[in-house]
Design a protein around this ligand. Structure first.
Ligand code: NAP
Length: 216
C-alpha cells in the first residue's frame, strides 16, 4: 500500500523548473502560487528532494490565502542527510513536522533539531528506495502525498509508475534547453514505454495555464 500521489509542477511553457543557475522564484504567478498552497493544505504530506531543499531553502508550509490551514508533514528524500540543520525546514521542525528519509543511521544534529529521521532501504541506485519510502509514509498514516519536485524526484516517481495525478502550472515564458527540466530522465526508448495520462481540465490561472491529469 502507498499513499495517493499527486505531482505538482510549476514550469515554463517548455517544461523547465529553473534556469541553468537554479533560479526558480518565481516562474509562475501569484494565482498559481495560491492554488499551490490550497493543494498543500489538501494533502497529508508534501515531499521534495534534497536538491530542492538545498537550492531553495523552502518552508513548505500551507498558506492558502484568507484561511487558516492545518499543516501537512514535510518530507525530504535525502539519502545522506545533506539537509542543513540551519535550513528553514530544520529550524521550523519543532513547530510543524519534518521527516527526512535517508539510507543512513539518523544524524544526531538533525534529530536534535527536531527532525524525524527515518532510515529506509537503499534503492538500486544507492539512494532512498522509492518503494520503501512510500510504504513507510503510508504506514505512518499518510493517505495523500503532494510531490513538489525537483526534476530528479519527479522522474523517480514517474519511472516507478507512482504518480496518480499531475497538477501542472505552466507560465508563458520560455527557458530553453539549458534550463532545469521539470521531469528528469525517464529512460523512455520507445513511445510505447511512455507514461500516459488523461487530461481532466485545463484552465487559465492568472497569466498561467493550470492543467490537471490523471493516470491512465
Ligand atoms: N519551479 C518550481 O516550482 C520548482 C519546484 C521544485 C524544485 N525546483 C528547482 O529544481 C531544482 C532542484 O531539482 P533537482 O532535480 O536538482 O533535485 P531534487 O529532485 O529536488 O532532489 C534530487 C535529490 O534527491 C535525493 N534523492 C534521494 N532519493 C531519491 C530518489 N529515489 N530519486 C530521486 N532523488 C532522490 C538525491 O540526493 P541524495 O543522493 O543526496 O539523496 C537527489 O540528488 C532547484 O533548482 C529548484 O529550484 C523548482
Amino acid at each position: 500500500m502507498r499513499p495517493r500521489v499527486t505531482l505538482k509542477l510549476a514550469t515554463s511553457l517548455d517544461g523547465r523548473i529553473a534556469t541553468a543557475s537554479g533560479e526558480s522564484r518565481w516562474i509562475t504567478g501569484e494565482a498559481a502560487r495560491a492554488e499551490g498552497h490550497r493543494l498543500r493544505a489538501s494533502h497529508d504530506a508534501i515531499l521534495i528532494g534534497v536538491g530542492t531543499a538545498l537550492a531553495d531553502d523552502p518552508m513548505l508550509t500551507a498558506r492558502p490565502p484568507g484561511q487558516e490551514s492545518r499543516q501537512p508533514a514535510r518530507v525530504v528524500m535525502d539519502s545522506r542527510q545533506r539537509l542543513d540543520r540551519g535550513s528553514r525546514l530544520a529550524r521550523s521542525a519543532g513547530e510543524w513536522p519534518v521527516i527526512v528519509l535517508t539510507v543512513q543511521l539518523p544524524s544526531p544534529a538533525l534529530v536534535r533539531a527536531g527532525v524525524e529521521v527515518i532510515q529506509v532501504h537503499t534503492g538500486r541506485d544507492g539512494r532512498v528506495s522509492l518503494r520503501h519510502a512510500l510504504t513507510t509514509l503510508r504506514d505512518r498514516g499518510f493517505i495523500s502525498l503532494l510531490v513538489e519536485g525537483g526534476g530528479e524526484v519527479a522522474a523517480s516517481f514517474l519511472r516507478a509508475d507512482s504518480v496518480d495525478r499531475i497538477e501542472w502550472f505552466r507560465a508563458p515564458i520560455l527557458l530553453g534547453a539549458e534550463g532545469r527540466p521539470g521531469v528528469g530522465s525517464l529512460a523512455v526508448g520507445e513511445l510505447g514505454q511512455a507514461r500516459r495520462f488523461r487530461r481532466l481540465a485545463a484552465e487559465p490561472c492568472g497569466d498561467d495555464l493550470w492543467e490537471r491529469y490523471e493516470r491512465l
